[in-house]
Design a protein around this ligand. Structure first.
Ligand code: FEO
Length: 173
């Protein structure tokens, strides 16, 4: 495998593990603040991020390439509000998307078709994840950060539906 692409894929693992860790911490904070629907959504997202990391690890292992597992920093434990938390999720997802786009460009340059095909899955996944985060953040802004509006969004998320999406996005395909 092209050295730059290999390095980039290993570097990308940091973003997926960091996201998984942060979303798990967010899920805990949301549970402690009586938002079980939000907490369930973040718990699912945390699991999905681990699957994303595993997808890249499996690709490297199948191709007999070295895998460098990153250390993961302790995530923030508190948030000013559900809105601030969701804004951070969207920021995270945009960063992951930028990294995936960069990896796609490297795979194209290297004419690495297996990597390009594997990365295409991530392109679609990132579009969904950004859309979901944007939808939830948009609804919090419409409904307000506290009170009945937030409870309503929490119940929507508890029902397994992310606003604006046909169903909760998963990485299980
Ligand atoms: Fe795996 Fe949400 O990026």
């Amino acid at each position: 495998m092209n050295r730059e692409l290999l390095h980039g894929l290993n570097e990308h693992l940091k973003l997926e593990f960091r996201a998984s860790h942060e979303y798990l911490a967010m899920s805990v904070w949301l549970s402690m603040h009586d938002m079980p629907g939000f907490a369930q959504w973040m718990r699912q997202q945390s699991s999905d991020e681990l699957l994303h990391a595993q997808k890249i690890i499996d690709h490297l292992v199948e191709r007999d390439q070295p895998v460098v597992l990153p250390g993961v920093a302790a995530p923030p434990a508190t948030w000013d509000s559900a809105e601030a938390l969701c804004a951070h999720v969207l920021e995270n997802e945009r960063e992951v998307t930028a990294s995936i786009n960069n990896l796609c460009a490297l795979a194209d340059q290297a004419k690495d078709r297996p990597a390009a095909v594997m990365l295409q899955w991530f392109v679609n996944e990132q579009m969904e994840e950004e859309a979901a985060a944007r939808a939830v953040l948009g609804r919090i802004k419409l409904a307000g950060n506290t009170g009945l509006g937030l409870l309503m969004i929490d119940q929507e998320l508890a029902s397994g539906k992310v606003p604006g999406m046909p169903a909760s996005p998963t990485a299980a395909e």
